[in-house]
Design a protein. Structure first.
Length: 92
């Protein structure tokens, strides 16, 4: 499966909701707040103010904190292949 980022799909789509559901971003009044575990700096923005630039800060800090690099990221094609083969095995 190829995700068409170059044709307009936002690569940050859904991250705000994921970060909020995991407690990385917390609602403070009518803004969302992020406190950096690295620097202790707080970023507080309205929901629409959380652009890709600010979300990338969170991604980079959490990747650094958990020692994740691009080599550790699973290829989306591999996930799709795995899910299909698993379904086929379960149907047998």
């Amino acid at each position: 499966m190829k995700i068409p980022y170059e044709t307009g799909m936002d690569p940050y789509s859904g991250l705000l909701e994921m970060f909020e559901s995991r407690g990385i971003l917390e609602k403070v009044g009518n803004k969302l707040s992020y406190v950096s575990p690295v620097t202790g700096e707080e970023i507080k923005e309205f929901r629409k103010g959380w652009t890709g630039e600010k979300l990338q800060i969170i991604i980079d800090e959490w990747a650094e904190r958990t020692n994740i690099n691009n080599d550790d990221v699973v290829d989306i094609d591999g996930i799709a292949d795995f899910e299909e083969s698993e379904v086929m095995e379960n149907e047998s």
